[in-house]
Design a protein around this ligand. Structure first.
Ligand code: FES
Length: 118
């Protein structure tokens, strides 16, 4: 059975990204959803340089302009639409992607069934 997290679209009012937590087989998985160009994109909240949260615990996953994800440990920049790192110490790496379903009033993020993948 797939694990999923539902986020009301109202949480994206005046926000480019929303963080969330989910449970996969008893393991906590942290993620982030970006709203860009009228679409939603979901990723694991885990830097590809060193496996820590992009926000380093303060909840801010964005760059100063609010236009991209930024890891606040060493500054890696990730694109909203692809999750690809385009600047910083892990250029070319890609955040783990989660499937997003838009059910009208909510964004439903499907989490991987295999905890080894998260
Ligand atoms: S841990 Fe994210 S850029 Fe180094």
């Amino acid at each position: 059975m797939k694990c999923a997290v539902a986020i009301p679209k109202s949480e994206f009012i005046n926000k480019a990204a929303v963080t969330f937590e989910g449970d996969v087989g008893g393991r906590l998985v942290q993620g982030v959803v970006a709203f860009a160009g009228g679409r939603y994109f979901a990723y694991q909240n885990l830097c590809k340089h060193v496996p820590i949260n992009l926000d380093c615990g303060d909840g801010n996953v964005l760059n100063e302009e609010g236009t991209r994800f930024q890891c606040h440990m060493h500054g890696a920049i990730y694109e909203f639409e692809t999750g690809e790192c385009t600047a910083g110490p892990c250029v070319g790496a890609q955040l783990n992607t989660f499937t997003v379903i838009d059910d009208g009033s909510r964004i439903v993020v499907e989490l991987p069934e295999n905890p080894e993948l998260v």
